[in-house]
Write a protein that binds this ligand. Structure first.
Ligand SMILES: [Zn+2]
Length: 268
């Protein structure tokens, strides 16, 4: 292959890994240096070097470096877990310490109410550098934002802490007949990307589960009754259906994406 094509491909891999995981691009470069120093040759040597350095970076070095940027990993509790372990593997689980305090308090509140709801977090922020956006969420760049899964139940009405898609995004609890149809309004106004999360599901799962009004309302109440929270985004028809009154629950605007597949929380 011609030399300049090799450079282009390496650049694309570097940029993609950086956008997806923040540290992946740098690890990719380091794996070339590392490979050059190892004399033994074996199949997939480059991939093995990348995986070893990436795991060390993700689980050892980055959590320490993140402290310099006032970020830490989301702390887990019995009722606070990642919806998908990929969030952790891709370093998309970092927040400011205040967010951990807030999530801990919400977790305690749900526990005190004997709620069966487990807060299942999706994308939060990256570990390093303020202003570095976590795509596709442009605003997740300051350590103050975290997305949470909606709550689902089975046909018997029991809360089941699982997702409706592999990624946790993109399977919508759309408006029913007679409810506000914000998606339609935004599409009509020319915001064709408003429902773009439908391309991010990575496959839908658990088709038998349905939206839990009771569980999602319990979670929304616990999230918004805490003074530390600044704003919570949820689609208007769900706010109406769950009869939520709290003024911190806002509509995010048509320039953003629909929020009837997840809840967006931002802390002061
Ligand atoms: Zn968000």
């Amino acid at each position: 292959m011609k030399r300049h094509w090799k450079i282009v491909i390496h650049a694309i891999v570097f940029i993609t890994l950086t956008l997806l995981t923040q540290i992946g691009g740098v690890v990719y470069l380091m794996s070339f240096v590392f490979c050059g120093r190892i004399k033994y040759s074996f199949p997939l040597k480059g991939l093995a070097a990348f995986l070893v350095i990436y795991c060390l970076g993700t689980f050892v070095t980055t959590p320490m470096l993140a402290k310099l940027f006032y970020r830490e990993r989301i702390e887990h509790h019995e009722n606070l877990r990642p919806a998908n372990y990929m969030t952790i593997l891709m370093n998309r689980n970092y927040v400011r310490p205040e967010v951990n305090e807030y999530l801990g308090a919400v977790s305690e509140q749900l526990k005190a109410q004997d709620s069966k709801v487990c807060m299942r977090y999706l994308d939060a922020c990256f570990p390093l550098i303020d202003g570095f956006p976590l795509l596709p969420h442009l605003s997740h760049s300051d350590g103050k934002k975290v997305d949470l899964s909606l709550v689902y139940e089975n046909n018997q009405g029991e809360i089941i802490n699982s997702s409706k898609s592999v990624s946790g995004y993109g399977v919508f609890e759309g408006p029913r007949f007679g409810e506000v149809n914000q998606n339609k309004a935004c599409q009509t106004a020319g915001f064709s990307l408003y429902d773009s999360p439908k391309y991010l599901t990575l496959g839908s799962i658990n088709d038998e589960l349905r939206f839990s009004e009771k569980g999602t309302k319990q979670l929304m109440d616990a999230l918004t009754q805490n003074d530390a929270v600044d704003k919570v985004f949820l689609e208007p028809h769900l706010k109406e259906r769950l009869r939520l009154q709290n003024k911190k629950i806002r509509f995010q605007g048509c320039h953003s994406v629909r929020h009837d597949d997840h809840i967006h929380v931002q802390v002061k």
